[in-house]
Design a protein around this ligand. Structure first.
Ligand SMILES: [Zn+2]
Ligand SMILES: [Zn+2]
Length: 371
């Protein structure tokens, strides 16, 4: 395939405004970079916040949004012959790739926490005036930087699901790793029934939890949670009181509370509730609140007196992308994961996709830049 000169992209130029369709110059491939034709980008809740300007201090339009991307290799820069686990790469291969971590800072090399890299370059966040311009998924083509780890997507996984796994599922995989996994027959409470909560539900079920209790709304999402492995759901619309929800969880756990509580709700009140729902000596994983700066209050001694382990997680790096795809490959015939995916939009309708997600009309819209 010959390398085209430009790529059409839906560009965020001003917050809360329709995206602008632009032709962006495709830069020359530097060694170890990859040019991909974007096959699918899924829309993340983060994209909605970004479009509204909630991260205005972190981003500078014009931006090509979209960080959940699956692409097909158009051209490989010199030196890039394999993916990160040693599979040969060729033109036409379907790939997923990580953010570009610098591999040359304290967090990359000493703390071994690349997601905290101070010089990381994240897809969907960078000004498209700067090289290499094509750093987002709302675009016909994207540029995979030399620092990005790359993995070939297994044939059995549809691109839309693989794209969705590149954010919410890889973060859940990272979170489960950070809390040390789920013990056999643990009771796991998942707060939230958006993509992160749903993936956490399925992962907890597959990890051998005795019961998985998913708390959230609306009821259609809780139905999906049941199909994805929840043994019990609690609808926050019909049980609006945290005290009533706690009573239900206590009933289901012989008065002890959950062994593990996974916060995937993104609502500040979920954190004090998680501390109430977890048993003494239990574990709390805070995943959905990453972008939230709202103060919440907790009894100062509760983490010590309940002997809790409270762990945070953000994003992920290569092992989590890789394991997320493996999890999908192993389980996509067992659970109806495809029900996560809602409507498909062209680049011209990118703003409609964002608005539809903002209005909670759909769970995971898809942008197909080739439409
Ligand atoms: Zn995301
Ligand atoms: Zn670094």
């Amino acid at each position: 395939m010959s390398i085209p000169k430009t790529s059409r992209a839906a560009v965020l130029t001003a917050y809360n405004q329709p995206h602008e369709i632009r032709e962006i110059a495709i830069p020359e491939l530097i060694p170890n970079a990859i040019l991909v034709r974007v096959e699918t980008t899924t829309v993340c809740g983060t994209d909605v916040h970004q479009w509204r300007g909630d991260y205005a201090s972190l981003t500078h339009p014009p931006i090509i949004q979209g960080h959940e991307i699956i692409g097909r290799v158009v051209a490989l820069g010199s030196g890039r012959e394999q993916d990160t686990v040693g599979n040969r790469l060729a033109e036409g291969d379907r790939i997923s790739w990580t953010y570009a971590f610098c591999n040359n800072c304290y967090f990359c090399r000493v703390a071994r926490e690349p997601t905290l890299c101070t010089r990381r370059r994240m897809y969907g966040w960078l000004c498209c005036d700067d090289f290499p311009h094509l750093m987002g998924g709302y675009s016909e083509y994207a540029y995979v930087l030399p620092e990005c780890d790359v993995v070939r997507v297994p044939d059995s996984i549809p691109s839309s699901l693989a794209a969705a796994s590149a954010c919410s599922l890889r973060t859940a995989v990272h979170g489960f790793e950070r809390i040390g996994g789920i013990a056999t027959q643990d009771t796991v409470v998942v707060q939230g029934a958006g993509p992160v909560g749903l993936w956490s539900t399925a992962m907890a079920a597959e990890a051998g939890a005795g019961q998985v209790i998913t708390i959230g709304a609306p009821s259609s999402r809780l139905e999906l949670a049941t199909q994805w492995g929840a043994s019990r759901t609690i609808d926050i619309e019909s049980v609006p009181s945290p005290a009533d929800r706690q009573a239900l969880v206590m009933d289901l756990t012989r008065g002890r509370g959950a062994d593990v509580v996974i916060e995937a709700a993104g609502v500040p009140a979920a954190l004090p509730e998680a501390i109430e729902l977890v048993r003494r000596g239990g574990r709390v994983l805070v995943m959905g609140l990453a972008a939230n700066t709202t103060p919440v209050s907790l009894p100062a001694g509760v983490i010590a007196t309940k002997h809790l382990r409270v762990t945070g997680v953000i994003s992920g790096y290569f092992p989590h992308y890789y394991r997320a795809l493996q999890f999908l490959e192993a389980n996509c015939s067992k659970y109806p994961f495809d029900k996560l995916i809602s409507s498909t939009y062209s680049l011209e309708r990118a703003t409609d996709a964002i608005r539809s997600m903002a209005a909670m009309r759909e769970l995971k819209p898809v942008i197909d830049p080739q439409l």
